[in-house]
Design a protein around this ligand. Structure first.
Ligand code: 13P
Length: 267
């Protein structure tokens, strides 16, 4: 097994991450990756990441060109090993992935993951030198009750509770309002002004807690119904450093169009 070097986010500033969720067989994943590798050119300052289903990680890790793309897992268990049937630990993911998506809203709301579990997963990623992409975001009902600020702050406080100050530069935050994620009942795309307001809440909280420098450096991605038509508007929101893309990342033309937009806007 090839052991990967560290890929902490001090090197990259813009991230385009495709979360494939529970889609594609191993064969389909491999064919799709082949297509992407043919069409993607590495660009300094832009990190492209794909998060396939866990069964595809090992074969894709042998096929991937890490100069062009990196792999992420969609989930992990916080324990390193043990009697946890059906689970995969961060220790087991070492050598396969550089990133792990932690606390995705589908994990929080469909699989009832608690803030405590997410905090432990973030800590496990740091312990194993893998960058966690910590997802935070309010539901439609929390938003309609005016709770967005409290929800985002609470999720940040608990998600980062076990990360030392020195390790904060090893974390990426992804803001995904649950009401904007395709597949969620009644979902609708967010307008940039809504996102800008949440970005302000997140950056201000980080600044008040850890200081301006850390707050400004921490990469913050946006996710929720991103497609080639709206990606440009989302990428130009001040304080947004990239995108976490679900549905559109499953279609090569769309994913590549978004990557090209990111190059034009951010590099
Ligand atoms: P969609 O882009 O399909 O709305 O999914 C967003 C998401 O959940 C990415 O993690």
């Amino acid at each position: 097994m090839v052991l990967l070097g560290l890929c902490y986010n001090t090197i990259m500033r813009t991230y385009i991450v495709g979360n494939w969720k529970m889609n594609f067989t191993i064969g389909e994943s491999s064919i799709y990756l082949h297509k992407l590798l043919k069409r993607i050119k590495p660009a300094r300052g832009l990190q492209i990441v794909i998060a396939p289903s866990s069964i595809a990680l090992q074969p894709l890790s042998l096929q991937i060109d890490r100069k062009k793309l990196k792999l992420a897992a969609q989930n992990c268990n916080a324990k390193d090993y043990g009697a946890y049937t059906g689970e995969t630990s961060v220790t087991q993911l070492r050598g396969l992935v550089n990133y792990i998506i932690v606390g995705h809203s589908e994990r929080r709301h469909v699989f009832n993951e608690t803030d405590n579990m997410i905090r432990e997963k973030v800590a496990a990623c740091i312990r194993n030198n893998i960058t966690p992409i910590l997802c935070i975001g309010e539901t439609e009902s929390q938003r309609s009750f005016g709770e967005t600020k409290d929800v985002l702050r609470d999720q940040l406080i608990s998600g980062l509770a076990d990360v030392s100050r020195e390790d904060l530069d090893k974390v990426i935050i992804a803001y995904e309002p649950v009401w904007a994620i395709s597949g969620v009942k009644g979902a609708h795309p967010a307008v940039p002004d809504d996102i800008a307001e949440s970005v302000k809440i997140i950056r201000e909280h980080l600044s008040d807690t850890y200081g301006k420098e850390i707050a400004e450096k921490m990469p913050l991605l946006y996710g929720g119904s991103v497609n080639p038509s709206n990606a440009g508007a989302y990428l130009t929101i001040p304080g947004i450093d990239g995108l976490l893309i679900g549905g559109a990342s499953l279609i090569a033309d769309q994913f590549i169009d978004i990557i090209e937009l990111a190059k034009k806007i951010k590099l």
